[in-house]
Design a protein around this ligand. Sequence first.
Ligand code: SF4
Ligand code: SF4
Length: 503
Amino acid sequence: MRVRAQMSMLFHLDKCIGCHTCSVACKNLWTDRAGAEYMWWNNVETRPGTGYPTGWEDQDHYKGGWRRDDKGRLHLTLQNKPTGIARLFFNPALPQLDDYYEPFTFRYGDLFSAPAGEQQPTARPISMVTGDEMEIAGGPNWDDDLGGSQVYARNDPSLDGIDPDVRSQLEEIERVVFNYLPRICNHCLNPACVAACPSGAIYKRAEDGIVLVNENKCRAWRMCVAACPYKKVYYNWSTGKSEKCILCFPRMETGQAPACAHSCVGRIRYMGVLLYDQDLITAAAGAPETELLRAQLDAILDPWDERVVTAANAAGIDDGWIAAARRSPAWRFVKEWGLALPLHPEYRTVAMMFYIPPLSPVVATIERNLTKLDLPAERVDFELFDELDKARLPIRYLANLFSAGDEDVIRAVLRKMLAVRIYKRRQSVDGVVDDATVALLASAGTTPQEAEDIYRLTTLPTVEERFVMPPYHREMSIEAVNDPLRHKGAAGVGYVTPPRRGA
Ligand code: SF4
Ligand code: SF4
């Protein structure tokens, strides 16, 4: 067992109001520069929808992530060594500016300097690339709230496999239902961006798992842009270097949460440490599709296990980080409660940002049936949870997003969240927690004590409970650069072990 620490962010999707404050906070801090205008290291998408860049999940087109061959070996979907050399000069999988949008501003000065006339002056849109006047034809959240049209929902690649009748109902504008999906770089354990870079310019920091671009080494090949299946590396056309989310490491090194998390209006974001076993990354990335999620979760280690603590200390992880891992909301939601899932585990990059899937479109239907709690306990489970499969946002869709298509995983998560909701409602509105309610919790795999803990961390957490920041010791760090195993299907392995403190 080789223990590593990873800073992880959680997104509680039921709480996201789609306000984009996170995106603007990030933009103001990091990408308000020449060549970076079109970049949104943090973006918020309306789903079902096509997202940013448009259709980024269509890997037949963009060729991001990893594929597993018949012998269980991993290969970049984008290329092997010979095709990689050919693609240095022509790479058809690269997203074009139109796939993002042409960044624009307005000629505001005209509002003040236009000569007096009969018409009010207007501020014409101008391209931030060419400086010329332009017609605006797209934006990073062009399909916000579906833009009043079902077209965006219809083109969502994650709707694949949904029953055609359900799909056609979903596309009726009167019945359409959506939720928001905030996205940043997933700071993956097996990052395709790292593996694809011919210059060895991208690396994963050993002490906290943040994936960074060394711009001194970047040679503008843009393989990282194409290989990242989440399209979270961007090319700066002004500097000729790639850029990406840095998880606000300068903030984190001073004990502050990333700007997107800190500014989040819905308080949907949580930050914490996860300990993982570096030796299990290859297994986590290379497992058969039906076992991918379990294999990834198996690689995350229990910070309360003394064997893990001993191995963590031996690997140079100090007690402050282990204490933070024990209080980590990421640990609780991901492993202890099993409520948070990675986005598209089938991309095999072993993403380390996690999502609690949305229950909200289901709840209105379910709550109408609350009176069914008067049924015998053995019927309560069936009657209430059966409604999950009639939800307007199909379970299949959420499974395509968060569990490599495994609907049972999504059902289990939603059942537990629903059980907690019903339990708290019975307790606070009806003033009773009867045997039927406890039976309901048990059938969803939880207890009254755990339900209280989930409720507390979901609805009433303090800032210190949402953001459990570990004490950084940058003087001890050694970067994981030039990983010798990068092209052998496991980009995240091969770190140099930092020295123990005081050694
Ligand atoms: S492959 Fe993972 S780590 Fe690399 S840019 Fe994409 S999301 Fe981030
Ligand atoms: S700031 Fe928070 S609530 Fe608003 S869009 Fe971003 S993640 Fe959602």
